[in-house]
Ligand binder design. Structure first.
Ligand SMILES: Nc1ncnc2c1ncn2[C@@H]1O[C@H](COP(=O)(O)OP(=O)(O)OP(=O)(O)O)[C@@H](O)[C@H]1O
Length: 356
């Protein structure tokens, strides 16, 4: 089922949490709402669910206005970060719950419930845990059961709020891939909230980047990473080095037009000497100040040289560990080494600002 959000507004007191939001989610997509804490992701999700009422605007499910439809009639499934399973029920009964509480007319038979729950437990690859109780499961297993329980009632839309937030890094990673595969099997339109850009990039078909109640950009993971629409998106999706580019005074001198140049750490290469005049790419002289190796990557911190206002500021370069080791040998790199850093790729944004 497709979801459309039209001109949605919501404020808590004076805090505007959803600021004229417009969004189209085609049926069957897996979409991530990504943004920092307080950007309005959860509030948007709760409005989609019918747990929160917007001040203005509308939500359409499959083209029909669902803004005032009760949460029970929206046919949505939820999975939350701390989605407590019923502790006194077995895993099987937890998953069966949504089917058993249906009104008699639409309640499946006992045989149908058994077959459906077994099928769902197989889908989340935990059928061998059917007779256990929630406290006997790991956190990751519990979240998979929570998903099976949400899917049991065949929701038209699945809403997940930081579903893996409470789990440790390794389990989170496993569950992300698992969620992606699961979605490829069931194809239910799904929206999940996360503040983790890696999680969004790895799992989602499309990412909605939110900031201060507004949508900054909607796009595939590649689109938002390679072609960020705003400086916020660029900076939120990964580390970046920042340079202040040229500044122009507009006629009359009332306003200053500037430019900021952004380069990601893995887009900088280390050269022993200044590039020859006319060679492509911008380059900056810098001094190596320290290196840090974490797993397969080495992060090398440099300080800019020169006499401009940015002399002394730090620049990060990131290389695969083996590549850095080879380069260190070749250029005899050590703390204090003077090199040039050349950008393979830069992103520029104009900054229009009033002159002081
Ligand atoms: N019921 C409420 N009453 C008052 N303020 C609220 C309420 N719910 C949310 N807020 C405020 O609205 C803003 C957005 O909250 P929301 O939970 O939607 O953001 P979020 O992007 O999901 O953040 P997080 O990642 O921290 O959950 C926050 O400033 C929050 O304090």
């Amino acid at each position: 089922m497709s979801i459309e959000v039209r001109n949605l507004q919501k404020a808590f007191g004076k805090t505007v949490v959803c600021d004229h939001l417009n969004l189209d989610i085609p049926a069957g997509e897996l979409v991530a709402l990504l943004g920092p804490s307080g950007s309005g992701k959860t509030t948007l999700l709760r409005i989609l669910a019918g747990l929160e009422v917007p001040d203005a605007g509308s939500v359409l499910f499959h083209g029909e206005d669902a803004t005032s439809t009760d949460v029970r009639d929206r046919n949505v499934g939820f999975v939350f970060q701390h989605y407590a399973l019923f502790g006194h029920m077995t895993i099987f009964e937890n998953v069966a719950f949504g089917l058993r509480v249906r009104p008699k007319a639409t309640r499946p038979s006992e045989a149908e419930i058994k077959s459906k729950v077994t099928q769902l437990l197989k889908l989340v690859q935990l059928d061998w845990l059917a007779d256990r109780y929630p406290h006997q499961l790991s956190g990751g297993q519990r979240q998979r059961i929570a998903l099976a329980r949400a899917l049991a009632v065949e929701p038209k839309v699945l809403l997940l709020d930081e579903p893996f937030g409470a789990l440790d890094a390794k389990v989170r990673k496993e569950l992300r891939r698992w969620l992606r595969r699961l979605h490829d099997e069931v194809h239910v339109t799904s929206v999940f909230v996360t503040h983790d850009q890696e999680e969004a990039m790895e799992v989602a078909d499309r990412i909605v980047v939110m900031n201060e109640g507004r949508i900054e950009q909607v796009g595939t993971p590649d689109e938002v990473y390679d072609h960020p629409a705003t400086p916020f998106v660029l900076q939120f999706l990964g580390d970046v080095n920042l340079f202040h580019g040229r500044t122009e005074h507009t006629p009359g001198g009332a306003a200053v037009k500037g430019e900021t140049v952004y380069v990601r750490p893995h887009e900088l290469e280390i050269l022993a000497e200044a590039p020859a005049p006319g060679e492509a790419g911008e380059a900056w002289p810098a001094t190596l100040s320290q290196t840090l190796t974490v797993g397969p990557h080495t992060r090398i911190e440099f300080q800019r040289e020169g006499s401009g206002g940015e002399a002394g500021s730090y620049l990060d370069v990131e290389l695969p560990r083996s590549e850095y080791t080879a380069l260190r040998e070749r250029l005899s790199l050590q703390r204090g080494s003077r090199v040039w850093l050349r950008a393979r790729r830069v992103t520029r944004f104009e900054v229009g600002q009033r002159a002081a």
